[in-house]
Structures are given as C-alpha cells and as structure tokens.
Design a binder for this molecule. Structure first.
Ligand SMILES: [Mg+2]
Length: 324
C-alpha cells in the first residue's frame, strides 16, 4: 500500500499517511448497516530519529468521511494545537501517533504504561441468521459478557438461544438506535426474564427525552463530543470511543464527565485493527467495562496484534507501538 507524504504538519513534525483496507471474516451487520471490509487511515509522525503511529476510522453515522480527512492531510497547515484539526477521528490518530513518538523518544515500553497483558473485554456477535448465531453462542458458551447486535426482528428468539446455550452469560443488547420507542416500552417487561446487563442505544439519539425505564441503558450514539447531553442521565452507562471524542485530552474529559455524573464507563471501539485498540488500553484503568473487540472481526490484523480468548484480550508486547 502506498504511503503518502503530506505537507501538513503537527507541532512542526511531518505527517505521513496510508489508507488501508481490511477484509472482515463475516459480514458485520448492525441495525442500520452492514459491511464486509473497513478502510482505516494510518498516520505516522516523524522527527529526526523516531516515528510514532496511530489509526482512525471515519464513521458515517457521526458525519465523518475519508475524503474530508484526506483534504485536511493534503493541506499545508502546521497545526500547533490538536484541537484546530477539524476531524475527531484524525485528532485521535494524530494524538496516538504523537503519544507513541514520545514513548519511543523517552525509550518507554508501552507495557510499562498499561502494566499488564490481559484485559477483560466484551465480545460481540453481529446480526446473523439464527443458525449462525446459535453456532456462535455455542462457541462462547457461558462466557461472562456477550454483546449482541439486534434490530426489531426476532429479538426474543435470539435471547432465547442465549438462554438455552449460554445461560450464565451477562447480555448486552445493542440496537444501534434501531428500535421505536413503542417497541421498547412494549417489551420492557419481557427483557426482565433474561440476564441483561444493559441495553445499548435502543432508540434514536434525538429521542432520549422519551426514555422512561428502570432497565439500565447505555448511551453510545447519544454520547459524542458534539452531542447535547441534556438527557444523558436517562442512561446508567456511556460508551466512550476514541473516534467519537478525538484527542487524548477530550477522551480524558469524557471520562471525567462520566465519573462526575455517576455514569458507568463502557469503553468501546469501531471495527478496527489493533493499531486503533492498543493505544486505548492506557485508559482501561478508568473504565467499568471494556468493549474492545474490533480486531476480532478482521480476516488479517497487523503483525503481533491482539489475540482474544473468550472475554480475555491479550496484548503482545512485540506490537509496534511504544519503544521496542
Ligand atoms: Mg453501540
């Protein structure tokens, strides 16, 4: 793949980028869309001796797109402050690349920052046929945390499959805004029959004011740097993803906001490579639960990428991030 040198700079340092395409093992279907490959942007920041790298995923739901990011990368600005960059995913990639560069300069191994190689992360099953879904549930039998993507179709049939084949699993249902408020309230009592930890973003983010329930909910599409957070207390959890908030400072701000408002932190990701996820492990200590299974869906990840064994995410210290 081609590496493009840019004329754009960050703190006087040159930025290079590559657009990378990753094929997925299966079609990743959620309530609003499906995909069989992803495009990521890998950026590197170089000074005389070192190079730091980062990745981001422009996500259509939040108004991001590849061409808008490439336009910024092809400009000839020298950004002194990361918040002048008018793209949150690109802020994230550059912020992580700069962090990496600093670690390499100071000869600090990333393991020294994260302090352990194993983390607990939720695993997700996207929308599949019932046959394939059953096969997946059997594979994960009695795993502690199982997240499922759903729309309004056959939700209870899928829940019954989990009840039958993986009864001990705590379930997270992610509707990705795919339910009508009527559908949610109509079925509210039925959800109580299942081992549900919380329901993630059942209805459209602009309908938060209509929510009135005792079932714990998690805000994902409703919790974004650009969102109005007037109704955020209707939720018990918030899903923080780097590409929704941008720079390290903004991620820390989101974490602080959640703590101050007694919202539990579910730290999430897009379908992405290990280069998106590994830098995020430095925030794990602030979170109640991680949802960092993005690379699990790729046919081929970066060399020495993350491995997953049920709910255990395993970091490989040979991964090219931080001082090696
Ligand atoms: Mg979600």
């Amino acid at each position: 793949m081609d590496v493009y040198k840019t004329t754009v700079k960050y703190k006087n340092l040159r930025i290079d980028y590559e657009v990378k395409s990753f094929r997925l093992k299966d079609v990743f279907k959620i309530s609003r869309s499906s995909k069989s490959n992803i495009s990521t942007i890998k950026v590197s920041i170089t000074n005389k001796k070192n190079r730091g790298i980062g990745e981001c995923i422009p996500y259509k739901r939040y108004g991001d797109n590849l061409s808008q990011i490439l336009k910024i990368l092809k400009s000839n600005k020298n950004y002194k402050n990361i918040h002048q960059i008018k793209s949150l995913p690109l802020q994230n990639a550059i912020s992580n690349a700069f962090y990496d560069l600093k670690l390499r300069e100071k000869k600090i191994k990333f393991l020294k920052i994260i302090k352990k190689i194993k983390f607990i992360s939720v695993v997700t099953i996207p929308i599949f046929s019932k046959v394939k879904f059953t096969k997946e549930v059997k594979k994960y039998k009695n795993i502690k945390y199982l997240k499922i993507k759903v729309n309004q179709k056959n939700v209870f049939e899928y829940l019954n499959i989990i009840k039958k084949y993986s009864p001990k699993s705590k379930i997270i249902i992610d509707a990705n805004e795919g339910w009508a408020i009527k559908f949610f309230h109509k079925h509210e009592n039925s959800f109580k029959k299942y081992n549900i930890l919380f329901i993630e973003q059942p209805i459209k983010s602009n309908q938060d004011h209509l929510l009135n329930t005792k079932i714990p909910l998690c805000a994902d599409e409703s919790f974004h740097k650009k969102s109005k957070l007037k109704n955020i207390k209707k939720y018990k959890w918030v899903n923080i993803k780097a590409d929704k908030f941008g720079s390290e400072q903004e991620i820390l701000k989101a974490i602080k906001f959640a703590k101050k408002n007694k919202l539990k932190i579910f730290f999430g990701c897009m379908v992405s490579s290990s280069l998106s996820i590994i830098p995020m492990l430095r925030f794990a200590k602030f979170c109640n639960l991680l949802d960092l299974d993005g690379p699990l869906f790729l046919l081929k990840d970066y060399k020495n990428g993350l491995k997953y064994n049920g709910n255990v995410l395993i970091y490989n210290k040979r991964f090219d991030y931080g001082y090696l």
